[in-house]
Design a protein around this ligand. Structure first.
Ligand SMILES: [Mn+2]
Length: 396
């Protein structure tokens, strides 16, 4: 950062849900990354010489009603800041920290109520901070990896609990409740609304209604992940509601599993980040063609319409470019990507009905290591025999 540069990064304000009820608060990811501070309505200002934080002042009444605040006095020591000010003084005090020659890095991307004011009162040249922070966030250090391993362990366990609890006659929300209970019991929470999709719902990529009855003979696709100290896991498993895959279900499942395992195998530093997707697409299209399900060579997107992975970190679809100058970049040690191929077969008169409403996705979280990769979520079983064995231990 040059001597005349200043970074302003703001955290979120609370968001109204209805009447006087707010959504549960979650800080802005880049603000959290740079400060570790989790209260709403805060702004951090960094230069080469100084780190100042603006935050909510102590307020006896508001703290009785809504919870404790760190406050201005304690902030420098706790947050390792040089100075702390009340957020109420931000517009008044910001000019003490920024002069007209400063180049300001800032993005209006959090929900902070003051963001519009920041833009309107500064006459400085403003550059986007996001590209810089995104590249930093893309490479995880050892503490971040530890948090992501914790999040993956909790979610992997929750998926396996779901496998042991599922049976025909329950509803999708019963399964969602088991997963949510496991997250909360381990002092974690959902990183995104869980997808608990049975039967034909398994072919809806972002299905979150989770309110259908679980029928004998159908598949259940669960895409659920949690957060540990802000860091997300993102895991998908698909399994038969009655505990045994039908022949058609097993055929499609093995294709997705083989695509997923081959896609993971190629991940290492120096490999192009698009290689897992290319490998998965090749396997899925050649195997679906062999089964006679895919009839034209070019219609893979009818059955597989999403990418094979995305960056994972503080955001479930984490920041970081996939291409540099129009070319896919290389994997580097410390990156974390999901690997999540799928096949989704809707009702279609040209396809044998035994394949209808089969939606299968298998998703793991993969860390790029010095020599290859480590699957953070590997403890969640995914082989057919392991799933069927676990489900035979039904403990409901
Ligand atoms: Mn995902």
């Amino acid at each position: 950062m040059s001597d005349n540069a200043v970074v302003i990064v703001s955290s979120n304000s609370e968001q109204k849900r209805n009447s006087d009820v707010n959504y549960p608060f979650r800080p802005d990811s880049s603000f959290w990354y740079l400060t570790g501070f989790t209260e709403p309505d805060a702004i951090a200002v960094f230069s080469n010489k100084n780190y100042s934080i603006f935050l909510r002042p102590k307020d006896k009444t508001k703290e009785i009603w809504n919870g404790k605040r760190l406050g201005v006095k304690a902030a420098p020591k706790v947050l390792l800041a040089d100075n702390a000010y009340s957020i109420d003084d931000f517009l008044k005090s910001i000019h003490k920290l920024i002069n007209k020659n400063h180049l300001v890095y800032f993005d209006n991307s959090s929900t902070n109520k003051l963001n519009e004011n920041i833009i309107s009162i500064l006459e400085n040249e403003i550059k986007s901070l996001n590209p810089v922070i995104s590249e930093m966030r893309l490479i995880k250090d050892s503490t971040e990896i530890q948090n992501m391993q914790t999040a993956a362990n909790i979610a992997a366990n929750a998926h396996m609990i779901a496998m042991t609890k599922v049976s025909p006659g329950l509803y999708e929300y019963h399964v969602a409740a088991e997963i949510g209970a496991e997250f909360r019991t381990r002092n974690s929470d959902h990183a995104y609304p869980p997808i608990v999709a049975s039967g034909e719902n398994s072919c809806i990529l972002h299905y979150t209604e989770n309110n259908k009855i679980l029928n004998d003979g159908e598949l259940l696709l669960i895409d659920a992940g949690c957060e540990s100290l802000g860091y997300a896991s993102d895991i998908t498993r698909t399994f038969p509601i009655n505990g045994r895959f039908s022949k058609a279900q097993k055929q499609i499942y093995q294709i997705v599993l083989s695509a997923q395992k081959s896609a993971i195998t190629c991940i290492k530093p120096g490999e192009k980040v698009n290689t897992p997707h290319e490998i998965a697409c090749d396997i899925i299209s050649s195997e679906l063609t062999k089964l006679g399900i895919m009839k034209e060579p070019n219609n893979l997107t009818e059955f597989y319409m999403h990418k094979t992975g995305h960056w994972l970190g503080l955001d479930v679809h984490d920041v970081g470019e996939y291409k540099i100058d129009n070319d896919f970049r290389d994997f580097k040690e410390g990156m974390v990507t999901t690997v999540e191929p799928g096949i989704y077969i809707h009702k279609n008169d040209k396809i044998d009905p035994e394949y209808w409403n089969i939606g299968i996705r298998i998703e793991d979280d993969v860390l790029v290591t010095k020599d290859g990769h480590h699957v953070l979520s590997k403890s969640a079983v995914k082989e057919v025999k392991d799933i069927e064995y676990l489900m035979s231990q039904n403990i409901t």
